[in-house]
Design a protein around this ligand. Structure first.
Ligand SMILES: [Zn+2]
Ligand SMILES: [Zn+2]
Length: 306
């Protein structure tokens, strides 16, 4: 990575350090407004099977005008055209677009960016699912440095695309260069002192963001996740365990609590407490984990370098 990027990253850190809280909030508000405007535009087109970037139906391709909607493969996009796409759209552009379509289809459970499922050797490893397509965006620390002594000695990432489970683009087909802006974001994102946190916003969040919300505020998260109006329904599997006292808990009581939860939308935890009263021998534990339906991260095997 160039000294250039390091210098810009440093000056960014200094600037934000001196930013007042009001300025920071105002900045956030402006960004949020832009984000909402762009997303509303996106979803309006998406619902008509059209692309908000080029304004064309997603089933069309115009080679003169490379576009991210090609990656949905509803048009006659071919592997050899992929380089024209990534020359025009950088890593964050590609990521945001794929996350938005995946989220629009089925919420964050379509996006596996879970850190605990990712290897330490990776800067990121994310698998995104949309209908019959699965994309994986992958970058090891070595890729980010560039492979020394080869013609891929620049900071880059790798991409895999599967259609109906079949390989369409392989990880090793392309060494996709990061833009300057990508590099800056990644450097700041991975520097704890920077205070910088890039977000793909509410419509781009993956499972890691969901699990972060869960650990930040478990009660609220579980209450939301169990209400039927949650658009992100099913991304997190919630299991409650009830430990009864000596006498155990009768099936009737369990049934009653579950019915109450269904009817009122309150958490099982809450309903059991109501139904069972304040029995000190009864304890309820809730365990939340990523749902089974979250796609597995497609792993790239790195070749040993000679
Ligand atoms: Zn397009
Ligand atoms: Zn590489």
């Amino acid at each position: 990575m160039s000294d250039d990027i390091q210098r810009v990253a440093q000056s960014f850190k200094e600037q934000t350090k001196n930013l007042s809280q009001e300025d920071a909030e105002a900045h956030f508000d402006i960004q949020r407004e832009q984000y909402d405007r762009e997303y509303n535009n996106f979803i309006e087109f998406y619902q008509k099977d059209e692309c908000y970037l080029c304004g064309k139906p997603i089933s069309t391709i115009s080679k003169k005008n490379p576009c991210l909607h090609w990656l949905l493969r509803r048009c006659k996009f071919q592997k050899k055209d992929f380089n024209t796409v990534y020359k025009k759209f950088d890593f964050y552009n590609v990521s945001a677009y794929l996350r938005w379509v995946a989220n629009a289809e089925a919420g964050s459970k379509n996006i596996n960016n879970l850190k605990e499922e990712s290897s330490d050797r990776k800067l990121f490893e994310t698998t995104i699912k949309w209908k019959n397509i699965e994309w994986t965006l992958d970058c090891s620390h070595n890729d980010f440095k560039g492979h020394d002594g080869t013609n891929t000695d620049y900071p880059h990432w790798h991409f895999q695309m599967r259609i109906d489970g079949h390989q369409f683009i392989n990880f090793n087909d392309f060494h996709i260069p990061f833009s300057k802006d990508d590099q800056l974001k990644l450097v700041l994102e991975n520097d704890e002192e920077s205070g910088f946190h890039h977000t793909f916003g509410p419509y781009g969040q993956g499972m890691q963001e969901r699990m972060d919300q869960l650990s930040a505020n478990p009660d609220e998260f579980i209450a939301n996740a169990m209400s039927s109006s949650d658009p992100d329904d099913g991304s997190v599997h919630i299991q409650s365990m009830i430990m009864g006292g000596k006498g155990g808990i009768s099936g009737d009581k369990i049934h009653e609590a579950m019915e109450m939860s269904k009817k009122t939308g309150k958490t099982l935890n809450y309903c059991f407490k109501k139904v069972l009263g304040d029995d000190p021998d009864v304890s309820i534990r809730t365990i939340a984990s990523p749902a089974e339906s979250v796609p597995e991260i497609a792993k790239r095997t790195e070749r040993k370098r000679r």
